[in-house]
Write a protein that binds this ligand. Structure first.
Ligand SMILES: [Zn+2]
Length: 453
């Protein structure tokens, strides 16, 4: 692995020092100033960061009450005066924002004083699409700060494995130009056939990126492909591979790090909830606390004790145009309150355990992390790819793509292992396939559950 060295090339200095600030100035984003500010505040003591966060939250809520019809009404109904917010716990007096609420109030969630809004459409994987809006300037500063933790700056060549067909079609002549200027190369993650992946490997060699960014599953798939086809990618000077958008499994991290010859920095975030937390070189997942308030709640919606797992609820303070206040992400995490040895005072998530859809429900009523099932399949001879689909009736279907080594006997072992994990009474169907198509989002999920909740 390469240690990040602060030796930006001329073009990088040009792009990061001149082009990017110029664009930001034109778009009035002030991201440069913001990033500098974030690079200062990350070193503050935890209680100083908490105080700063609380002050910012108060101002954000006051603006939301004034400018956003939905929140003006909601705060009134709950007798909630944002100006008198004293602790983060006061936030819990407000109800959660979830997808049905966003759907029901999508027009009223827009700020009266907003500039142009961009419409987004996400979340095909659980059959629950969401339409929401963002202003033009939603934070790049927090992500920029995190890449600099790894010695990568804006303007350094970057390969992005990302995107759904929907997103790609949209609004983006402008983005294409920006991406050329800042040397971001997009490789669509939803069309990764074998032949396409050969092309991607050659393309990555040509680009020689400092950073690779993408869905964990898509990057891992490409890494496995590169290894099996003998495409070398570990000699290009990649400094870090950023993965985000979904659970990163240990075997994915392993293959990505080996193939790219670089550490994986896993992040937690999504299109709707924003850039929430990212891993630092000491290994901790730091919450971007200056922009984001994270609460972990139990099934009844109350706070969980430190060290207990809870659903991640986020309030994103850079969403004035369409505020996300106490948004339920459906993801599950643990936070013990431990500090990171890197010295940053930003709070840490010990572990993001995944989406609730990464959990499988057994007939006896237990929730089981999908890893338990994945382990029964992953290392069996001949297994190329697989996917679990759990139906609402708790039946389990395994799509299995395998070579000649995956004999009837091996399949029998897989079935026995899964039955042992799931318990008696589980309806299990194994279906042999020759290809596992990605989700609409371009992610390749090991597990899709329609039963977890
Ligand atoms: Zn750290």
């Amino acid at each position: 692995m390469t240690e990040p060295a602060p030796s930006p090339g001329l073009y990088t200095r040009f792009a990061s020092g001149l082009l990017f600030p110029l664009q930001e100035w034109v778009k009035k984003h002030q991201s440069v100033a913001r990033r500098r500010e974030l690079e200062r505040t990350q070193w503050l003591k935890p209680d100083e960061i908490a105080a700063l966060q609380l002050a910012r939250l108060r101002e954000f809520l006051v603006r939301a009450a004034r400018e956003v019809p939905y929140y003006g009404r909601l705060f009134g109904e709950h007798g909630f005066d944002p100006a008198s917010l004293v602790t983060l716990a006061d936030l819990a007096r407000l109800p959660f924002l979830d997808k049905p609420r966003i759907r029901a109030h999508v027009e009223d969630l827009k700020s009266r004083s907003t500039g142009p809004l961009v419409k987004y459409n996400t979340g095909g994987s659980t059959g629950e699409p969401l339409v929401f809006y963002m202003g033009m300037g939603r934070v790049v500063a927090a992500k920029w700060r995190a890449t600099r933790w790894w010695g990568v700056d804006i303007g350094d060549p970057e390969v992005v494995l990302w995107g759904s067909p929907v997103e790609l079609g949209r609004q983006d002549r402008y983005r294409a130009i920006r991406d050329r200027l800042f040397r971001t190369y997009l490789l669509p993650a939803f069309q990764m056939s074998e032949a396409q992946m050969d092309d991607y490997c050659r393309e990555i060699r040509r680009i020689s990126p400092r950073m690779v960014f993408g869905y964990a599953s898509a990057v891992a798939l490409l890494a496995r492909h590169a290894r099996s086809r003998g495409h070398r990618l570990d000699d290009l000077g990649v400094r870090v591979v950023f993965t985000t958008g979904e659970t990163l499994y240990p075997d994915q991290r392993e293959v990505i790090e080996a193939v790219f010859g670089a550490p994986v920095a896993n992040g937690y975030g999504s299109r709707d909830a924003g850039f929430i937390a990212h891993q630092c070189p000491s290994g901790s997942l730091h919450v971007s606390a200056e922009d984001i308030v994270v609460e972990l709640v139990d099934a009844e919606g109350g706070p969980v004790a430190p060290g207990e797992s809870g659903e991640i609820v986020v309030t994103h303070m850079a969403t004035d145009d369409f505020p996300f206040i106490r948004y339920r992400t459906g993801d599950v995490a643990v936070a013990s309150g431990a500090r990171c040895p890197c010295g940053r005072g930003l709070p840490v998530l010990d572990e993001v355990q995944g989406r609730s859809t990464d959990f499988i429900r057994t007939v006896s009523g237990n929730q089981m992390h999908a890893l338990a099932l994945i382990y029964e399949v992953r290392d069996k001879p001949g297994v190329r790819a697989f996917k679990f689909i759990q139906g609402e009736d708790l039946s389990l279907e395994l799509l299995l793509d395998g070579g000649p080594e995956l004999t009837a006997e091996v399949e029998g072992q897989i079935r026995a292992g899964l039955t042992r994990r799931m318990g008696p009474g589980t309806v299990l169907q194994i279906r042999r396939v020759t290809e596992i198509p990605p989700e609409k989002s371009g992610k390749y999920r090991y597990v899709v559950s329609r039963a977890a909740g």
